[in-house]
Design a protein around this ligand. Sequence first.
Ligand SMILES: Nc1ncnc2c1ncn2[C@@H]1O[C@H](COP(=O)(O)OP(=O)(O)OP(=O)(O)O)[C@@H](O)[C@H]1O
Length: 242
Amino acid sequence: MNGRLEITGLKKRFGGLTAVNGVSFAVEPGEVIGLLGPNGSGKTTVMNMVSGALRADAGSIRFDGVELTRLKPNKIAKHGVARTFQLVRPLPTLSVAENVLLSFAFGRKRHWGREAQMLVEEKLEFVGLGGRGGEEVGNLTYIDQKRMELARALASEPKLLLLDEWLAGLNPSELRIGIDLVRHLQGLGMSVLLVEHIMEAVRALCSRCVVMSAGEVIASGESEAVLKAPQVISAYLGDDHA
Ligand SMILES: Nc1ncnc2c1ncn2[C@@H]1O[C@H](COP(=O)(O)OP(=O)(O)OP(=O)(O)O)[C@@H](O)[C@H]1O
């Protein structure tokens, strides 16, 4: 499994607002890297460009040497990039297994029939929903919805996973479960780009971080050093705290 993402000079404008202004960074194969920054700094817009939901105005997104910048989301998924969303968006009239099954359509390989069912069960087992594929999505607790959202992303058998505040809203014991699941993915060699506000999770998972503010990268490097950098503290808390 490779999974190297290289972003260079990425830009996105919404009318008069430059949401992302010349962002460059790389995710190395098997690395869990944090993409941080205060609200509105452009993190989700970067995620949306990597997954193809938004078209970049300028710059390049290369994954394992392939230029993704102009590709549609389904083509990007087939190259091995999957994402979760800030708000879980299940199809409520379908069962847990059916929700995961649908994601196979977007994956690197097509799976049908019994093989597809077995793979769904494997993904559900991995996220801690083993044997619960027949349940109604509407009855799932919040953490179980998050688990299902992860299983859906994993169904496409990605090499790079984009986690957009996937850990948000979990209680402390659920958070530990979530962190362990991401660690497990890393152990399998998956690269992860983690947009996250929970510093406990960032410290536990990310050896490196990239911090954005007002559309630009203001710091990047080893997490402990980056999180202590005056410009990062000031971006989060205001100049009085830097
Ligand atoms: N579709 C859109 N149309 C217009 N403006 C947008 C759009 N999407 C994002 N923006 C604006 O772009 C800026 C960056 O937003 P973005 O959601 O990428 O930030 P973020 O760092 O992910 O924030 P948060 O942590 O709150 O999710 C914000 O000012 C936001 O209002």
